[in-house]
Design a protein around this ligand. Sequence first.
Ligand SMILES: [Zn+2]
Length: 247
Amino acid sequence: MDRRSFIRASVITTVAFKMGVAAAAPASAVSNPAVYLFAHPDDEVIAAGGDIATHVAAGQHVILVTMTRGEGTGASCSMGIRPAEAGRRRVQEIRDVGAYLGVQEVIAPGEGDMSFVGGYDGALRTERVRQAIEWLVERHGSIRLKTHSPWDRYSSWPEGGHMDHRAVSEATMQAHADGLVTDVRMWRLGHIVEPERNSDVSAVRPLSDHQPVKSAAVDIYMEGVAGFSTPAMLTEARTADEGVDSL
Ligand SMILES: [Zn+2]
């Protein structure tokens, strides 16, 4: 079937699956899920789309969390839409991607369970990320946290970089140091663009098995967004192996 049909089928399957799971065990009762927590819609697929597909294929409970709605994208000005509308569309995109990948849950600020508090795109605070991690740990008992590396091309610590990515990685480092989370994996965005900066990456996972799935998920952002995401990053992510840092 074509990709649109596949997405629709995936949504139906995902909803049905969620209903089945809800009858047996509420999402909040699932222990130690794989939680992919990133700053903006699209970070999760650019950084770790192949690994998300790997976890889903292994039958694990996978949750995607975006800490912002991505409403700060500069594209909203050129497209003539308000930031709130840009955020609504971008959250819909990550929901479409989550349905395509077959994850059990997508969590975004400003909707659904309002006890989850995120931040604004471009002004995400470390404290908000910490609160989100605490909320997730309280909800599930423990989580396996997958997120931004502080050595990301965008957040290259301590030089600066994208502040939202940096807030996420700093909160993660603190949560790990405090023992709040013990199983942490961190992904770099842009590891192919600047391979010389990745000589110390703990592991590189080739995408041989899941590259087609990742490419299709990337395409949802490329086609659906019309400029919200950075095309060069998306193009690169289609075929990039995934550099992984472990704490
Ligand atoms: Zn981002």
